[in-house]
Every structure is written in structure tokens, then in C-alpha cells.
Design a protein around this ligand. Structure first.
Ligand code: 13P
Length: 250
């Protein structure tokens, strides 16, 4: 069975004190968290603090975004090598908030995916349809196009060291979770798409669900055969709630 992976995307929330307290809660509970690989993705300014606090912990650190460039005159950007220096092993690329608010598209997300891997970071590639796309019956086409654009740039073998997160845009921060069956259907399509190109890589690929995951719905979501964990937003800001999600396995 693929190991459960739970990643907390803090987005642009919190403070230094809150980051220290939250990481403290997570670290003190990790000895009974053998069931899952756990990642926290704080805002960039808190990465140094998080790196220190997580030094002797199995909890991994991730960034929320990276530049597609390695270095240069790109004011305000953060590169993959910089995240590596702060102890990051993972980075989120193509989150829907980046796509809708900051003009990222399949091509730029695919370049970020490749940039992450050049620095040996594991990209968490976010895909997902809007409500309008779902209502027009375009979910499958949109999600598979988003996945394939990263395959086209990085090659299917890149997915041996990558994670995919299905995050339907209509479920993010809305309290409206996809049902386990709705999510499973899309996860199976993603795995099928990769499997047509490499069956072994598809079998090992971890596909996370994100969008209003809470302790109360995590067990039923993670119980589906193709849901291998979660990308957690709001609920990752509450230590007890996040830890309950990390312990959930259907
Ligand atoms: P919520 O869990 O707050 O819906 O956010 C999901 C998300 O966007 C994680 O990346």
C-alpha cells in the first residue's frame, strides 16, 4: 500500500510565534505518527525557524511556491536552491491560488515542476477544475491536461519523484468537500493517465486530495483506493486537527 502523506499548506497565515507553537505541537506528537509521512509548508519567512525546530524530527519541510529560474534579476522570487538551503525536501507547484491570482498556467507550472527536480526537491503538482468547468462536464479534460503538461516538459519518469495533489477549486476554503467518490473518480483518472505511460510509476505515485479536508472527513477520503493522503489548508493551522488528520487511515 502507498504510504499516507499529509502536507499542511499554511498559505499566508500565522506569525513567527504561531509557527513555533504549531511546529512544537506537531513535533511532540510525531513519535505516534508512524502511519503517515508529514510535511509542513510554512510561509517563506518562517522556513529558517521551521528548519531549526524540525532538525531532529521525521516531519519534512516544504515551500509553497518557487521560481522557475535558478537565480537572477527576479525581484521577489525564491529559487529552488534557496529552499534546499533551508532544508526543504518538497515544494508545492501550481496551486490554484497561484494559477488564478498570479497568472500561472500549465506551461509555467510545468517549468516550476522541472526546476524543483533540478534541485532535487519533490514537487507537489496541484491540479483541479473550477466549479464552472465541473458543471460544463470538463473536469476530466482539465485535470488530465494539467497533469500531461508536466509530463510533456519533465517526462513521465519525473513522476517517480513527484506527488500530485487533486484540489478541486470549488472545494478549497469553502467547507464544501468533494465526496470520497467524486475525488476517487478523478484520482483514478490521474493514475490511469500516468499508467498509460508507465505502469510502475503510476502504481507508486502518491495522489493527494485537497479541499476542505478536516479530521471529520479525512478517514472516508483516505479510505478510497487512489487517495494517498491530503494537502491541508485551513485545518493545518490547528495542531490538534492537523494531527488527527495525520492519524486518519480508512
Ligand atoms: P483548505 O483545506 O483550506 O480548503 O485548502 C486546501 C488547499 O488549498 C491546500 O493547498
Amino acid at each position: 500500500m502507498r504510504r499516507l502523506l499529509v502536507a499542511g499548506n499554511w498559505k499566508m497565515h500565522g506569525s513567527r510565534d504561531m509557527a513555533a507553537a504549531l511546529i512544537g505541537d506537531i513535533v511532540s506528537a510525531t513519535d505516534n505518527l508512524q502511519a503517515a509521512d508529514v510535511i509542513v509548508c510554512p510561509p517563506f519567512p518562517f522556513l529558517g525557524l521551521a528548519q531549526k525546530l524540525l532538525a531532529d524530527s521525521p516531519v519534512a519541510l516544504g515551500g509553497q511556491n518557487i521560481s522557475e529560474h535558478q537565480q537572477g534579476a527576479y525581484t521577489g522570487e525564491v529559487s529552488a536552491p534557496m529552499l534546499v538551503e533551508f532544508g526543504c525536501r518538497f515544494v508545492i507547484v501550481g496551486h490554484s491560488e497561484r494559477r488564478t491570482l498570479y497568472g500561472e498556467n500549465d506551461a509555467s507550472v510545468a517549468r516550476k515542476f522541472a526546476a524543483a527536480q533540478r534541485s532535487k526537491l519533490i514537487p507537489i503538482l496541484c491540479v483541479g477544475e473550477t466549479l464552472e468547468e465541473r458543471e460544463r462536464g470538463e473536469t476530466e479534460a482539465v485535470v488530465l491536461r494539467q497533469v500531461q503538461s508536466a509530463v510533456d516538459v519533465a517526462g513521465v519518469e519525473a513522476f517517480a519523484d513527484a506527488v500530485v495533489a487533486y484540489e478541486p477549486v470549488w472545494a478549497i476554503g469553502t467547507g464544501r468537500t468533494a465526496s470520497p467518490e467524486q475525488a476517487q473518480e478523478v484520482h483514478a483518472l490521474i493514475r490511469q493517465k500516468i499508467s498509460e505511460q508507465d505502469d510502475t510509476i503510476a502504481g507508486d505515485l502518491r495522489i493527494l486530495y485537497g479541499g476542505s479536508v478536516k479530521a471529520s472527513n479525512a478517514v472516508s477520503l483516505f479510505g478510497m483506493p487512489d487517495i494517498d493522503g491530503g494537502l491541508i489548508g485551513g485545518a493545518s493551522l490547528d495542531g490538534d486537527e492537523f494531527l488527527s488528520i495525520c492519524r486518519a487511515r480508512g
